[in-house]
Design a binder for this molecule. Structure first.
Ligand SMILES: *Cc1c(COP(=O)(O)O)cnc(C)c1O
Length: 328
């Protein structure tokens, strides 16, 4: 039995789990299954709300009334915080890194609609994020409010529990489908999903190897980040597993031109999967990872696998913000 900390009910879970039959048959490789965490909610869709169930339980228990967090202009995490904060009656303040003139579309549109207070910072200003967090925290304390800072991507010790819980959900999914997949693939950005899955697979005794596909930074970065986060989590929750022995596997071959920017091969993949399976990927995260997975399947990397799982982490609002990249 895994001892979860307290949790709010914000996500529509368990999410569906099914096989991509036509795609798998056409590729003639392993059967590809998909875990639909793009369906954790409508405007709260994606992986971030999974982490927020645990992060915000902690925040609410501590008596916080103001959430402060940060990310890119099209941050799915910031959008999930904006929506969840509105659902809980908390004030939300977002610090956004805006390197382009920010059109109020996609995630930013939802942020604005949900009434979040927003500050835009240049990449240079944003590079000192810790001091921005400190500045706004003391601002709210001075006003007599109780702020709660959530790190980028919600990737802290509390947030890890979100994907530890997903490992448990997957165990039931595999039993129901009567399969025993050896690999799960997903897009990795701030590392919390990957760290949570790695810990969850261990805690729930799954025979499953977690392959994070980087959308920014290289494998060494993720190794460090995830090992640090796992060590913090172990310490904070006194978990009795040797986190140093856990495997951290990151594929950094498919991040393309950089964070938030994708090449035509990613948009082609998005178009293909939408038409062939009715599943919508995004150009910042899931589309890059899915494209990478297809390339690896074609190159024979997963030839020994009967079944593999793609974790769809969401991101549709990021696609809507880049619609002009697709011509019809
Ligand atoms: C944030 C995000 C990821 C990456 O998750 P991390 O836990 O930050 O590594 C993947 N896909 C989507 C759609 C995201 O919004």
């Amino acid at each position: 039995m895994v001892n979860y900390p307290s949790r709010l009910s914000l996500a529509c879970v368990p999410t569906p789990f099914h096989c991509l039959e036509r795609l798998s048959a056409r590729l003639n490789g392993p059967r590809i299954w998909i875990k639909r965490d793009d369906l954790t909610g409508c405007v709260s869709s994606g992986n971030k709300v999974r982490k927020l169930e645990f992060i915000l339980a902690q925040a609410v228990t501590s008596g916080c009334d103001t959430l402060i967090t940060a990310g890119g202009t099209q941050s799915n995490h910031c959008r999930a915080v904006a929506i969840s904060g509105a659902q809980l009656g908390l004030k939300v303040h977002l610090l956004l890194r805006s390197d382009v003139d920010a059109d109020p579309v996609g995630n930013l549109f939802i942020d604005l609609l949900s009434g979040a207070t927003i500050n835009h910072y240049t990449p240079e200003e944003y590079s000192n994020l810790e001091s921005l967090f400190a500045h706004w925290s003391s601002h709210y304390l001075d006003l007599g409010a109780t702020p709660w800072v959530i790190p980028v991507g919600g990737s802290n010790a509390a947030g890890l529990w979100g994907y530890i819980a997903v490992a448990e959900e997957l165990k039931h999914d595999f039993q129901a489908a009567n399969i025993n997949p050896g690999i799960i693939i997903h897009a990795t950005g701030s590392g919390g999903t990957q760290a949570g899955l790695i810990a969850g697979v261990k805690l729930h005794n799954l025979d499953l190897c977690v392959h994070g596909y980087a959308v920014c930074d290289n494998a060494t970065y993720f190794d460090d980040k995830i090992r640090t986060d796992l060590a913090t989590w172990k310490h904070e929750y006194s978990v009795d597993i040797d986190v140093d022995l856990l495997p951290v596997i990151t594929n950094d071959k498919y991040l393309g031109p950089g964070y938030g920017r994708a090449g035509p091969e990613v948009f082609d993949t998005i178009r293909m999967l939408a038409a062939e399976e009715g599943v919508i990927l995004d150009p910042v995260y899931s589309g890059k990872a899915f494209y990478g997975m297809l390339e690896e399947i074609k190159s024979g990397r997963y030839a020994n696998e009967k079944d593999i799982v793609f974790l769809h982490t969401g991101g549709i609002f990021g696609l809507l913000a880049q619609q002009q990249q697709l011509q019809f």
